[in-house]
Ligand binder design. Structure first.
Ligand code: FAE
Length: 519
């Protein structure tokens, strides 16, 4: 392995100091969470000369396990796969109608499947947040839809400055299309493209943060396999430019960043004498609380993700710790219209499937129901004839987070029926593709005779919507020094995979906050 060349950004993998905050510490800037919003905030704050402390509930994924690897693959999940579960909870939990989830040791793994009444929400846990587990698709939204969703944001600025800045910071790259046409590992994508095009649907290549040159070397057996070794949702050991190797590594290089891992923020409230008191639980890798700590921070940046930030703010309001939060806190949550579906094709999809998607079916302009469907891998290591898709649709339904005083937890009002508009839109597209191809839906992957993967979400968005729960830059009204910088700002839908938007919006908001509030 040592003889194989690894790209420089990999070897640079975060020499980030991970010094735990001590009880009673006072810090200038505290960032809750280390996903996209948190990583942008950390980089721009540290570059502005401000000592910044990230508190992250997950682990720092830098130490190999007994097998020499940091992450496990999708075919052999162990404790590293899931956040504090004793059984895996795979998005596709069945094969031939038979449950495929496995017993695993309870451990602070990298992927969380967080259950609410009518949906489960997948999220990354660890330094890098969702970037550790996602498919790397780095898609800039269609401008007209961005303007429809976030009308208060100057789209000229976004498309000339902040989307390019985000793409550069994330290390987005595009596939060599000649290689795509010949490599075995995208056979599954080529056949899905052919069937979509035959039915009259356009397809488009998708940029990614996975290093496609590295993937080429994997295919040529010149580099250790990761995307080509069934590694995706439980982490990639190689090849992926996750945030710990991009934004967070750059923030660490300033010498002004510390990251406190395995600490969950439980409360934020105004401190006597100014700033905020931030309480947190320190966890061990089995999820037990081993210490509780309180620190003070002059400024707090909420970057715990759509779910994490919404849960914290809704709880703080209900418990009287931040009583003056706007009524819009907790509102406007959506699932980006996510629904999964699979076709039982007649086409060989290949036994080697890259875990990183590279193409989407673009039917967004359809007035009867926009659909943008990523051609998703099913990297089982054997020929499956499965054509899998994650459809992003324009679903108007929204839900709210509310504090439940009897359980002390936060509920989400999403109902199963809310997903129906997404199914209706996706069904129109895939019925047409099936009809033209003479194929049928697979009904054995999401349950027994269940066609639609409609009870889980990869793209939680909203809950603390820009311009409603915050001002137009993520500042929390009434609480000077509190900011929201993550996917909770995006009102439930963005029409494409969301992390480029979350990153670009954080870049925009941090530029404003640093130049006006911190100058
Ligand atoms: P996120 O990345 O979730 O970061 C929040 C961080 O805060 C996490 O590290 C948490 O552990 C941490 N945290 C939460 N609560 C607390 C607390 N109380 N105290 C301390 N830390 C806390 O938020 N998007 C794309 O654009 N392209 C894709 O290909 C794609 N594929 C995906 C595949 C999967 C399996 C999943 C789960 C998601 C995928 N996404 C994809 C969605 C994307 O990863 C997600 O929108 C972003 O990660 C959200 O970024 P945030 O900064 O909002």
């Amino acid at each position: 392995m040592g003889a194989l060349a690894l790209p420089s950004w990999w070897t640079a993998a975060v020499a980030t100091p991970r010094k735990a905050l001590a009880a009673g510490d006072h810090v200038p800037a505290l960032v809750i969470g280390s996903g996209y919003g948190g990583a942008v905030a950390a980089l721009r704050l540290t570059q502005a000369g401000i000592a910044t402390h990230i508190v992250e509930m997950g682990q720092s994924w830098t130490t190999p396990g007994s097998d020499g690897k940091i992450f496990c693959d999708m075919l052999n999940p162990d404790g590293r796969s899931y956040w504090l579960r004793t059984k895996t909870d795979q998005p596709l939990g069945y094969f031939l109608g038979i449950p495929v989830n496995k017993t695993i040791p309870k451990y602070a793994g990298v992927l969380d499947s967080e259950s609410f009444a009518a949906t489960r929400i997948y999220q990354g846990r660890g330094v890098g947040g969702g970037s550790l587990v996602n498919g790397g698709m780095a898609v800039t939204p269609k401008r007209a839809y961005f303007e429809e969703v976030l009308p208060s944001v100057n789209s000229d600025e976004m498309y000339t400055t902040y989307f390019p800045r985000a793409n550069a910071g994330l290390g987005v790259n595009t596939i060599d299309q000649a290689w795509f046409e010949t490599t075995d590992c995208y056979q599954y994508t080529r056949v899905s493209r052919m069937r979509a095009n035959n039915a009259g649907y356009a397809t488009t290549f998708l940029p990614n943060v996975y290093d496609f040159d590295y993937m080429k070397r994997e295919a040529a057996n010149q580099a250790v396999r990761s995307a080509l070794a069934s590694e995706v949702i439980y982490g990639n050991n190689y090849g992926k430019r996750s945030l710990d190797k991009t934004y967070l590594a750059a923030a660490a290089a300033t010498g002004r960043l510390t990251i406190t891992t395995l600490h969950t923020v439980t409360s934020v409230s105004p401190a006597t004498g100014g700033g905020y008191t931030v309480a947190m639980n320190q966890l061990d890798t089995s999820g037990n609380t081993v210490a509780t700590k309180t620190v003070t921070a002059d400024r707090v940046f909420f970057a715990a993700g759509s779910v994490g930030t919404s849960k914290l703010l809704v709880s703080m309001k209900a418990q009287g710790k931040l009583p003056n939060l706007p009524a819009a806190v907790g509102q406007g949550w959506g699932n980006n219209g996510n629904v999964m579906v699979a076709r039982a094709g007649l086409d060989l999809t290949g036994s080697l499937e890259s875990g990183m998607p590279s193409m989407g079916i673009d039917n967004w302009s359809d007035p009867n129901g926009p659909v943008f469907a990523e051609i998703a891998p099913f990297p089982a290591g054997i020929e499956t004839w499965i054509n899998l898709y994650l459809a992003i649709t324009k679903n108007p339904n929204r839900a709210a987070f509310t504090f439940n005083s009897s359980t002390g937890k936060v509920d989400l009002s999403w109902q199963a029926s809310y997903t129906q508009p997404s199914i209706d839109a996706a069904k129109r597209v895939f019925d047409a593709i099936n009809k033209k191809a003479g194929t049928i839906y697979r009904t054995d992957l999401f349950g027994v005779y269940k066609t639609w993967g409609d009870d889980f979400v990869y793209h939680p968005l909203g809950g603390c919507v820009l311009g409603k729960a915050t001002d137009n830059y993520g500042r929390v009204p009434g609480y000077s020094g509190l900011y929201v910088v993550d996917g909770s700002l995006v009102p439930g839908s963005i029409g494409v995979n969301p992390f480029v938007t979350i990153t670009a919006l954080a870049e925009r908001n941090m530029a404003k906050i640093i130049s006006t509030d911190l100058a």
